[in-house]
Design a protein around this ligand. Sequence first.
Ligand code: ADP
Ligand code: MG
Length: 319
Amino acid sequence: MAEFELIDLIRARATHARDDVLLGIGDDAAVLHVPAGRELVVAMDTLNAGVHFPAGTAPADIGWKALAVNLSDLAAMGAEPAWCTLSLSLPEGDAAWVAAFLDGFMALAARHRVALVGGDTTRGPLSISVTVHGFVAPGAALRRDGARVGDGVWVSGTLGDAAAALAQWRARGAIGRIDAALRARLDRPLPRIALGRALAGLAHACLDVSDGLLADLGHVCAASGVGAEIDIDGLPASAALHAAFAGDALRALQAGGGDDYELCFTAVPSADDAIHAAAGATGVAVARIGTIVAGARVTAHSAGKPWLAPRSGHVHFGD
Ligand code: ADP
Ligand code: MG
């Protein structure tokens, strides 16, 4: 199928119109109305085949994930999503692949009222870039540089499932052999938009966990000029993770595994009740996992003793 036919196919599916889209797909550029008195927040992320998703991932899951990882960045800023653009590099003009991709992409877009307002379609190795745009109240964006000594360190949801899915994929050799609950976390991450918005004004610093908790928390500490102490035994884990892994392997997945797209944030201890209330209202569990301290290092403890990660951060498979 020719490029313009693929664009027609995409345009026909990009139906989640918003009043603030003055001109969407079809012209040389989109024209968008930024609401008075709000700041525009912009993020972009690329997914490459074999690096950011295993070969054999269903196109609908790739579509979901391409938007999800971007919306997760807006969530981490406390922003309300509005618009996105989509750059598709495809090895061939496969209309069925694009239709299935859009099933996943548009399902998540509809859930968060995000309008697809433009993009680019080219021939090349399979690669998907998405840009998302959202809004925050002036000065209210949740940044990485606001953590203060004495803050509690928090994380949403559970950690380690996506990394566990990748570990099973490597060990078992096929995507179909991954435990279903773990694979769902890898393929269909849930951007914590409502929680991020509820934390604006409450949290001092926030980011989404894409590279691994300890590595990502290190970014908050570096930006804020502080250190952190983490209780490894207090990290939240799903039942599916407990069923598949135990001991140090489980702890390593929680502390170092990426791709969970949970939020990690810090807040003054007097805000504990407000944070539990905000999380409760958005239906997302949160757990306090540590404390911001003076210094520059992230240290972890298990059973009262220092805990060293077998491997820190997230290494993409296929590298
Ligand atoms: P141009 O040559 O002016 O860049 P294109 O042929 O690339 O125009 O795109 C035509 C229209 O289709 C533009 O409005 C563009 O934003 C939109 N478009 C192209 N590819 C995509 C895509 N993958 N997703 C969404 N919109 C797209
Ligand atoms: Mg173009």
